[in-house]
Design a protein around this ligand. Structure first.
Ligand code: PEP
Length: 250
């Protein structure tokens, strides 16, 4: 009804060795053509597995993405990976500003903005993550926080084809806790409104995912919330049957 094609995205984080590639093969084999005619499915493995995962999903409807990037295209940045390098491997998406990057690698909203520009430069779709901490929620600052993260992070001229937003409350990631559907609806509506201020009519086309403890058992309820256009899934994306169960919410 929204006209936006749902996206179910998996974030493997720092999990998976070459022996984990069969997980993406099982996801590939478990998705019906009927489902993939209606939704997009993305797996973001660690960088070390991008090539093998791209090969594993070749010819299928699954997209492969990175979990992070350096904003610059190349240079003396030991250990970093650019959007061009991810694209070169066959990745088509990249997660930008995940809360774990913000918390453990001191990523700022300005840094997120630069990385989102880097993703666009290389033709990748950037999944820009926003979300409040437990403390910020308790202080009633949730909307202020996520709107500011969006306002700084989203580059001018962002389009639905190069930008996805993920609302991920920090306190809901990996904890088994989730906001209520009403809380999610409030945040997503506010993000959509803020996007409208930033990019105008294009805002209606941009997908806004919910992330944080999405499981097969709660996916249907969470994905039914207005303005929720899919999920960013951490833990449950490591188990093919769980990830497929979440995709089946559509
Ligand atoms: C995430 O890391 O993006 C995430 C949502 O994790 P989990 O699903 O494990 O809460």
């Amino acid at each position: 009804k929204s006209g936006r094609r749902p996206l179910i995205a998996g974030n493997w984080k720092m999990n998976g060795l070459r022996s984990s590639v069969p997980v993406v093969e099982a996801i590939r084999d478990g998705l019906s053509p009927e489902l993939t005619s209606r939704i997009d499915v993305l797996v973001c493995p660690p960088s070390t597995l991008i090539s093998s995962c791209v090969a594993a999903v070749y010819g299928s409807a699954i997209a492969i993405g990175g979990q992070n990037l350096h904003a610059k295209a190349s240079g003396a940045f030991t250990g970093s990976i650019s959007a061009e390098m991810l694209a070169d491997l066959g990745a088509t998406y990249v997660i930008v500003g995940h809360s774990e990057r913000r918390a453990y690698h001191h990523e700022t909203d300005d840094g997120v903005h630069a990385k989102a520009l880097g993703a666009r430069r290389a033709g990748l779709c950037g999944i820009i993550c926003v979300g409040e901490t437990q403390e910020e929620r308790e202080e009633g600052r949730t909307l202020d926080i996520v709107r500011a993260q969006l306002a700084i992070g989203v580059p001018k001229g962002a389009k639905a084809s190069d930008t996805v937003i993920a609302y991920e409350p920090v306190w809901a990631i990996g904890t088994g806790l989730t906001p209520t559907p009403a809380d999610i609806a409030e945040v997503h509506a506010s993000l959509r409104e803020m996007l409208g201020q930033l990019i105008g009519a294009e805002a209606a086309k941009v997908r806004i995912l919910y992330g944080g403890s999405v499981k097969p058992g709660n996916a249907r309820e969470l994905m039914a919330v207005e303005n929720v256009d899919g999920a960013l899934v951490g833990g449950a994306s490591l188990v093919a049957s769980d990830f497929l169960g979440i995709a089946a919410a559509y």
